[in-house]
Design a protein around this ligand. Structure first.
Ligand code: HEM
Length: 369
């Protein structure tokens, strides 16, 4: 486990602080190869010829073990349902049908980063929100977001390299801090991204988390204009700071709080499109775009029902970020095609296994109904 690096934010020296955040992020997954090699083509993903999607997923399994039927990353999660109301403001930006005024149905999944399906909820664990919008013309839009303002890795190779560096020593069960130091020394962009991530205060729960696309995409409108964008889901529930000092005993406290909140009333987020300007990097998710970039609120997401991964249809979805409707296109970010290829590999493996029960059982979700 990566918590070996965890020290309190107040007491930790800066270097270990970076390690701590990074170690937690390592649970998101990754892959490196040392050999400087020629490039190969795998399912749309240009990579070094020894870093295949299968090798990447092997890396997750080496670090986290194999948990039958579970996602190899973001293994702990829960299904959610609701709808998205578009206000029409997105029509000038993208011809995607979702931006025409009206309502579309949504299925999604909240998750925690990492390959352990039974990991204890922690205030600073990476929180994920994956959504599938079903458009009236039959198209789908899938997006998997996290609550970090930037992603710590610029390339799939860097992610993998860090994943392998986070692997516990079989003799001690602990990570080797030296390997992380080595990784950081050769990845200043990760050090920079972790500073940005640490600068953002953690919220108390899933309900008041902001979720970020992190990767850039392109919007194409009906006139054929193409613009670079990122998107964020900002909560309409009030911000409350995470209490890092006292972690509740309940190992599912983040999920149980979410269940109770949704039973009380639907939860809502605003979908905001951030418009990039020339010079804003579209191929580097570690770099934030300037705060003054134009932001367009294009609608409201309402989530009003939760379901255990044991029964939710979201369990059998692959939230591949390249499932996009006409009007939304990938950017030149190298993470996107890598994600698509690796998610597919993870999906294929878990779909062929008998899934074990989830940490959040159907009876937990029914409590308080
Ligand atoms: C090269 C980069 C990345 C790799 C290799 C990777 C790997 C994975 C894998 C293997 C899964 C499980 C897929 C499945 O079995 O369905 C996953 C899920 C997920 N990833 Fe990534 N990931 C990457 C980047 C990102 C980024 C940039 C974000 C967010 C901005 C992200 C957010 C998520 C979320 C939210 C899930 C859970 C989706 C669900 O609930 O099904 N990942 N990732």
């Amino acid at each position: 486990m990566t918590t070996d690096f965890k020290l309190s934010a107040e007491s930790e020296p800066p270097r270990l602080g970076k390690l701590s955040k990074l170690a937690r992020f390592g649970l998101l997954g990754a892959a490196l190869t040392v050999a400087a090699g020629t490039f190969a083509y795998f399912g749309g993903w240009f990579i070094r010829d020894d870093l295949t999607p299968a090798r990447f997923v092997d890396g997750f399994e080496q670090v986290n073990g194999v948990h039958a039927g579970f996602r190899r990353n973001h293994a702990k999660g829960m299904g959610v349902f609701g709808f998205f109301d578009s206000n029409g403001n997105g029509v000038r930006l993208s011809q995607a049908v979702i931006f025409q005024p009206g309502r579309v149905q949504v299925i999604g999944r909240f998750s925690l980063g990492g390959g352990h399906p039974d990991v204890s909820d922690k205030p600073d664990a990476v929180r994920g929100l994956a959504l599938q919008f079903s458009l009236p013309n039959g198209e789908l839009w899938r997006t998997a977001m996290i609550n970090f303002p930037v992603f710590p890795f610029r390339t799939p190779e860097a992610f993998y390299e860090q994943l392998i560096a986070s692997k516990p020593d079989p003799n001690t069960g602990k990570h080797d801090p030296g390997k992380m130091e080595e990784f950081l020394a050769s990845h200043p962009e990760t050090v920079q991204a972790l500073t940005v991530i640490k600068g953002q205060p953690s919220s108390s729960g899933f309900d008041n988390s902001t979720f970020h696309s992190s990767n850039a995409f392109r919007f194409i409108n009906s006139a054929g204009d193409s613009i670079p964008v990122r998107w964020i889901m900002t909560p309409m529930q009030p911000f409350e700071s995470a209490n890092n000092a006292s972690i509740p005993q309940d190992k599912n406290y983040l999920f149980n709080a979410l269940i109770a909140q949704i039973h009380r009333q639907p939860l809502r987020w605003r979908l905001i499109i951030v418009i990039g300007q020339p010079g804003d990097p579209t191929n580097d998710a570690t770099i934030p775009w300037p705060a003054e970039r134009e932001q367009v609120v294009v609608g409201t997401l309402t989530l009003d029902r939760v379901e255990s991964d044991d029964t939710s249809a979201a369990t059998d979805l692959n939230f591949d970020p390249l499932v996009l409707p006409v009007g939304i296109a990938p950017s030149d970010d190298p993470l996107l095609s890598a994600r698509s290829a690796v998610y597919s590999q993870s999906f294929t493996r878990r779909a062929g296994e008998t899934k074990q029960p989830s940490a959040i059982r159907p009876s937990d979700v029914r409590k308080g109904e």
